[in-house]
Ligand binder design. Structure first.
Ligand SMILES: [Zn+2]
Length: 205
């Protein structure tokens, strides 16, 4: 009928994103409320409350549903929706290799020419092969850097040594975590911020 229909809201709520932390409080990935409640119920995870205390399922269930805190109806009662859960035994932090692309190189190098250190808009930056292609240099994470048009022209088809230029930082393969990848696709809850190292003014290109 409308968005206030409780069944409709709960149907959406069960798929809402929940941040999953490993037992060292490091973000691991993002799951759904449905899966988070299942982990809590089985004792595999604890829910993090507003004071950053990990609570087991029976304790969490006793928290009264309060205004502004979404809750969900289970068979016999209503319980609060957890926004963050802490896995009890998992201590890994999975990493993913990023696929190579021009945009990702610009991001890795923070839109900064790796020779002169100027930060510029993407359209004023080129990709530079540190070891030039004519010397067998490959188009790979560890041989390509972000470079301004002037430095690119100055370097020409030479190595940095030949051109008398120095790299600010040797290029490396960037890694990311499933959480970082997922953040671009989901809304970020306030309750996640303490665990993501995000400030309120975090901006991205
Ligand atoms: Zn430059």
């Amino acid at each position: 009928m409308n968005s206030r229909n409780p069944d409709l809201q709960e149907g959406t709520m069960i798929h809402a994103p929940v941040l999953v932390l490993n037992r060292h409080y490091l973000p691991v990935h993002i799951t759904s409320v449905r899966r988070a409640l299942s982990l809590l119920y089985r004792g595999a995870a604890k829910a993090i409350d507003g004071r950053l205390e990990p609570l087991d399922f029976p304790t969490w269930c006793q928290l009264p549903p309060s205004k502004g805190m979404p809750s969900i109806g289970l068979v016999s009662q209503r319980i609060r929706i957890p926004r963050v859960i802490l896995l009890r035994t998992y201590d890994q932090q999975p990493y993913l290799k990023l696929r190579f692309s021009r945009q990702q190189v610009l991001r890795r190098d923070r839109f900064t020419c790796q020779y002169c250190g100027r930060r510029l808009p993407g359209r004023e930056l080129n990709l530079d092969h540190v070891i030039p292609k004519r010397y067998g240099g490959k188009t790979t994470w560890d041989n390509v850097v972000c470079c301004c048009l002037q430095c690119n022209r100055k370097k020409g088809g030479r190595t940095p040594e030949e051109a008398g230029m120095t790299l600010i930082r040797p290029p490396r393969i960037p890694y990311t975590t499933p959480v970082v990848c997922a953040l671009g696709r989901t809304e970020i809850h306030e309750e996640w911020r303490p665990f993501l190292g995000l400030s309120d003014h975090e901006s991205s290109h």
